[in-house]
Structure formats: C-alpha cells, structure tokens
Ligand binder design. Structure first.
Ligand SMILES: *[C@@H]1O[C@H](CO)[C@@H](O)[C@H](O)[C@H]1NC(C)=O
Ligand SMILES: *[C@@H]1O[C@H](CO)[C@@H](O)[C@H](O)[C@H]1NC(C)=O
Ligand SMILES: *[C@@H]1O[C@H](CO)[C@@H](O)[C@H](O)[C@H]1NC(C)=O
Ligand SMILES: *[C@@H]1O[C@H](CO)[C@@H](O)[C@H](O)[C@H]1NC(C)=O
Ligand SMILES: *[C@@H]1O[C@H](CO)[C@@H](O)[C@H](O)[C@H]1NC(C)=O
Ligand SMILES: *[C@@H]1O[C@H](CO)[C@@H](O)[C@H](O)[C@H]1NC(C)=O
Length: 565
C-alpha cells in the first residue's frame, strides 16, 4: 500500500520542520568498524538503488508480552484464549503520531514509502544511494568480504531528524553486515554421518546407530494413529533454496510409515520461493525436516514454507517469513525451524524486533520451535571462542529451543555433545524458568560461571533424539545428526497433541514454555552428557533443566495428560 496520500501534516510537526531545528539530526545506530572480514572497497555508486526498511516504534509491546503470558500460562483465566490478528496488530501498530511524522518527513524528501506489515510497523523504501546518504546523513559504501568476495552496501552510521526520535526504531540494512558465507552459516546444518547400508523399518526400539520414525514413536510413546483435524497445521520453514523431493518422501514413507497411506505436504512460498522436484535438487535440511514431520506427526497437514532468494532482509528471509505468517488469517499452530545463527553476529535492534515478532505469533496461538545449534557452547562453529557463544534466535524467551540427545542403548538417552545450549547475552531470564536456571547455575563450578552472563535466558528448553537419524536424500540412504533432527520431531509431538486438543474442542498449546516448565514431569529427564566447546567441557547435563537438553525429551502420554486430555 502506498501511503504517500494518507498524510495530513500535524501542525506542530510541520512547524518543527519549517525551522532550522528540523535539520538537527540524531544518530540512531553506529559502529566503529565493519564486521570481521569485511573491508571498505570503495564508495557506492550514487545511482545504486537501496531497498531499505524502516522499523517504526511499536506502541504497546509491554501489553503484547503481558497478553502473551496471560494466554500461555496454564491456570490463568485467559489461558488458551489466543489473540486475533487484529488484536495483535492493534498492540504493535505505531502511534498515529509516529506514522504521520515519519511519512511527512519521507514525503517532504520525495520518497514513497510502502507499508510492509498489516500493523504498519515496517515501511520499505527504494532509494538511490545519493538519496539515502542525504536522508540519513549516512555514508553508504561498498564493503567486500576478503575471503568470499561477498559485497554489501552498508554505512558505519546513520541518523534521522531529531524530531523523529521515539518514532523511528531503526533502519535496516544499514550497520548490520550479512553473514559472510550466508549460504552456509545461517543454517544449523545437519551433518551427514555416512551412508546407511541397511535401512530397515522397525517397530522395535531405535539403536544407537539407527533412528527412524517408527522407533522414535516407540522411544517417546508417540501414537501412530492418524490425526483427524484438518484445521490443525504444522509449518516447516525452508530457506536457502533447499527443496524437498516427493519421490524421496514417498520412498521414506513407504519404508517406515506404509500405514500412513497416501500422504504428502503442501508448499507455501514467499520471496520467490519454490519447491523444485528436479532430480538431484533435494536439500539435506529440507528433506530431513519434511521426512520427520510428515513421518512422525501422522496425518497432521504439513506445509513447507519456502522462502526464496528475493528476500531483501539481509537475513536469508528470517524477517520476511515471520511477517508473512503474521499476515496469514490462520497461521500454522506449530512452526518448526532448523536454522539459526550466532547471537553476537546479529544486530541488537533486529534481534529485539524479531523476538517481538515471535511473541506476536505466539500470542496468536502458534508454537514456535527452533533448533538450538550444533556447536555445543561454541555456537555455530566458533572454534576459537574465548567465551561461550549463544545462538539466535534460541535466546529469545518467546519461543521454544530444541537441543539434541544421542542413544547409548535402545532406550537410554544422553545429551549430544554438539547440542548448543547456554545463556543469551541479550535477553534476561524469563520468570517461567527463573528458578530452575538459578538452581542449575548455582551448582556450577566458578570457572564455568565466568564464561557466560548470569541472570539471562537459558536454552534449550527441551530436547529430542538427534544422532544417526535415517533419511533419504536424492534416492540415497543417509544418516544425519544435529538439533535439526530434534526440532521437527519435537514439533511433531506438539502438533499431535494439538490435533487431540482440537478434536476435544480445546485451544492449541500456543507459546509452549510456561506450560512446559509447569510440567517438568512430562519429560524424560536427561542427566548425562555435556556440550563441549571453546576449549572447555561445556555444560554438564544434570537432573532437572540443563543447558544441554533443557527439561528433557518428550514423554507423549505425560504431555498429553498435562495438556488436560
Ligand atoms: C549509474 O551511473 C553510471 C555512471 O554514471 C552509469 O554507467 C550506469 O549505467 C548507471 N546505472 C544505472 C542503474 O543507472
Ligand atoms: C493479564 O491478566 C491480568 C489478570 O491476571 C489482567 O489484569 C491483565 O489486564 C491482563 N493483561 C492483558 C494484556 O491481557
Ligand atoms: C511516488 O508514487 C507516485 C504514485 O504512485 C508516483 O506518481 C511518483 O512518481 C512516485 N515518486 C517517486 C519519487 O518515486
Ligand atoms: C547392517 O547389517 C549388518 C548385518 O546385519 C550389521 O552387522 C551392521 O551392524 C548393520 N549396520 C548398521 C549401520 O546398522
Ligand atoms: C537403502 O536401503 C534400502 C533398504 O531399506 C536398500 O534396499 C538400498 O539398497 C539402500 N540403498 C543404498 C544406496 O544403500
Ligand atoms: C582458529 O584456530 C585454528 C587452529 O586452532 C587456526 O588455524 C585458525 O586460524 C584460528 N582462526 C581464527 C579466526 O583465529
């Protein structure tokens, strides 16, 4: 929607702009140096077009968070009474004053803004570098990553008129740099362990060397009967041109879940995303995520949400997919995402904005699950870390972070050494986990306590098996590992409980954490294992919550009972 015609200048504002005071600029964000590996290689051509997004200050974030906790906390009178799309939008919509002021400023500069979200909290503009430089008092230049050659037009600092302070939250992308090898490191990539020579269906227990949908059902007592509610949806995020091949899925289901009969998945797409069925084009992550949702969440409608390369958010589409889902009248009740990044690499303004967007989706009744990462306490591959590296978005308190386990015997799990976990450097510990985090931390030796910030959000929240998981990729049998395996499995458990809730006329679980932490007995507590990294042994798993396996792995009948079924 073009907003250029909507604007009536508020007289006070017009006055402010007519005076020289209006030219006073206020620095919104700055950084001293480009991100590691990037060097300035020249000015940006004045006529290069920049697609910039302007985040306006949201009006009622505190009320949104309060409402989220009200509807997500068992026992609260509003428990399960999720907010409507309009109610959420009303809470995050910027004030009329902000909208008026920002649009008046842009209009005066001859810039057309497009409103990107129904709540109106994001505007987008397309402007030449010369215009962006004058508008934001910036110095957009070309920065090149020395190893990969990747280029980005960024500025070390930008400003908005003083009068817009408190109206403009931040502008993106400006001072944040893309992940140098974004095609790889934005992924919590499942690692292939090797060819599996003898892929066999089994109802019998999993073995330490082979995990399949059937044995996961046995391990966690997950029912194999088909779900019945078509309104109950499970969404799977797909990024980086990862596709799912239906022939692979059919082979997989034919092997492990012949009882499901004819079943598949739907595809939704944004930013030009698609799902290529061409031979050899299937991606490891996407195949794993679909095989362990369709194959475990028996009969729950699964949608693969493919985010294409036309994303302009500098985040592989992370910002776009959440805004896409917020714009849906009926977003999926469960969202499984096996992608992430290291928290310190993410710009603070964006981290907060995205976390708040997850709160909005949670308030609507969506359970949001993210993989915790595969580098133990070193995050995603920070081999030389001198202190522990938290991952994003697991540190956001409004979603559920999933860690991984491995099997030591067919029914004994231990924390997987690669399972990322620890404490956010940004978000304070939320009340739902404050006491268990406190009691875990107080039992740690002091040398470990110096590796992280105390009083912060601990993750993961839960775990599921994530080692030697069998998949079929482009016709080949593979076993893979990663919290990428654990996340779709846990998401499937939640989706199946939601199916039973819907059948009973009850609300879906929505934002899970207050419910999960109120029911620690609904988990198989994992008390062994650790997640080494940064030259340390990492955190030890322990009785109760720990930052390797969270509360533990799912015990389906117990979770079901806790949900009131
Ligand atoms: C930008 O300007 C340069 C030099 O003036 C010119 O060669 C180029 O074609 C222009 N590019 C666009 C997209 O207008
Ligand atoms: C949350 O619940 C409390 C009652 O426990 C109520 O006073 C408050 O208004 C509610 N807040 C929102 C935003 O719904
Ligand atoms: C802004 O949009 C209007 C209407 O679509 C168009 O006429 C005008 O040329 C645009 N201005 C700029 C600077 O792009
Ligand atoms: C495959 O089967 C052979 C023979 O039955 C067995 O020795 C071997 O351990 C199996 N391999 C795996 C990975 O399960
Ligand atoms: C994959 O496993 C199936 C048995 O389930 C077997 O028939 C097939 O040969 C295996 N393929 C490869 C490439 O190992
Ligand atoms: C990290 O350590 C390895 C060897 O331990 C070394 O080869 C590498 O250069 C180091 N990387 C950085 C960024 O310091």
């Amino acid at each position: 929607m073009m907003v250029s015609t909507l604007i009536a200048l508020s007289s006070l504002f017009a006055l402010a702009f007519a005076s020289p005071v209006a030219r006073r600029m206020k620095v919104l964000e700055s950084r001293a140096l480009p991100a590691a590996g990037f060097v300035r290689t020249g000015p940006a051509a004045a006529n290069t077009t920049l697609d910039l997004r302007i985040a306006l200050v949201q009006s009622n974030t505190d009320t949104l968070i309060e409402a989220l906790y009200n509807v997500s906390t068992p026992g609260h009178p509003s428990y399960g009474q999720h907010l409507s799309k309009e109610e959420v939008e009303q809470l995050v919509a910027p004030s009329t004053e902000s909208i008026t002021a920002v649009n008046a400023w842009l209009q005066q500069a001859g810039v057309n803004a497009t409103t990107m979200t129904p709540a109106g909290d994001w505007l987008s503009i397309s402007v030449p570098v010369s215009k962006a430089n004058s508008l934001f008092d910036a110095d957009f230049a070309v920065y090149t990553h020395s190893e990969t050659g990747q280029q980005a037009v960024r500025t070390m600092e930008y400003s908005v008129p003083h009068a817009l302070q408190g109206h403009v939250d931040f502008v993106h992308p400006t001072v944040s740099f893309p992940n140098p090898s974004s095609a790889k490191s934005f992924v919590t990539a499942p690692r292939p362990l090797g060819r599996s020579a003898n892929l066999t269906a089994r109802d019998t227990p999993c073995t330490p060397l082979s995990v399949t949908p059937n044995c996961v059902q046995t391990l966690y007592n997950i029912p194999s009967t088909k779900a019945t509610q078509s309104s109950n949806q499970l969404g799977v995020s797909g990024f980086l041109n990862e596709f799912v091949n239906e022939i692979d899925l059919n082979t997989f289901l034919g092997k492990f879940r012949p009882d499901l009969g004819d079943t598949g998945f739907a595809v939704a797409s944004l930013d030009g995303g698609s799902d290529s069925e061409q031979e050899g084009q299937a991606g490891l992550e996407a195949s794993l995520d679909i095989q362990y949702t369709v194959g475990v969440a028996s009969g729950v409608p699964v949608t693969f949400i493919s985010v294409g390369e036309k994303n302009q958010d500098g985040l592989s589409g992370f910002l776009d997919i959440v805004n896409f889902l917020l714009n849906e009248p009926n977003p999926p009740q469960v969202l499984s995402t096996s992608y992430g990044n290291n928290e310190p690499l993410m710009p603070l303004s964006l981290v907060k904005n995205l976390c708040n967007a997850y709160a909005q989706l949670g308030a609507r009744g969506t359970s949001i699950l993210f993989a915790s990462g595969d580098g133990g306490v070193s995050g995603e591959g920070q081999q030389n870390c001198t202190s522990f590296v938290p991952t994003f978005p697991s540190g956001c308190p409004f979603l559920t972070s999933v860690g991984a386990t491995a099997l030591t015997s067919p029914s004994t799990e231990t924390g997987a050494p690669f399972s990322s976990g620890g404490f956010s450097g940004i978000f304070a510990v939320p009340s739902y986990q404050a006491s268990v985090v406190q009691s875990y931390v107080s039992g740690l030796p002091s040398d470990i306590q110096s590796e992280f910030t105390s009083g912060m959000r601990g993750y993961p929240d839960v775990a599921a098996i994530g080692t030697n998981v069998e998949i079929i990729l482009n016709g080949k049998n593979l076993t893979v590992l990663g919290t990428s395996c654990s996340t779709p499995i846990f998401a499937s458990v939640v989706a199946l409980i939601n199916d039973e809730l819907a059948a009973a006329g009850m609300s879906p679980l929505g934002f899970l954490n207050p419910f999960l932490y109120a029911n620690p007995g609904a988990f198989n507590d994992i008390t062994t294992g650790s997640n080494p990294g940064c030259g340390t042994n990492g955190f030890p798993a322990a009785s109760g919550w720990d930052p390797v396996t969270g509360l533990g792995t799912p015990n389906y009948p117990a979770l079901r009972a806790a949900a009131g079924l």
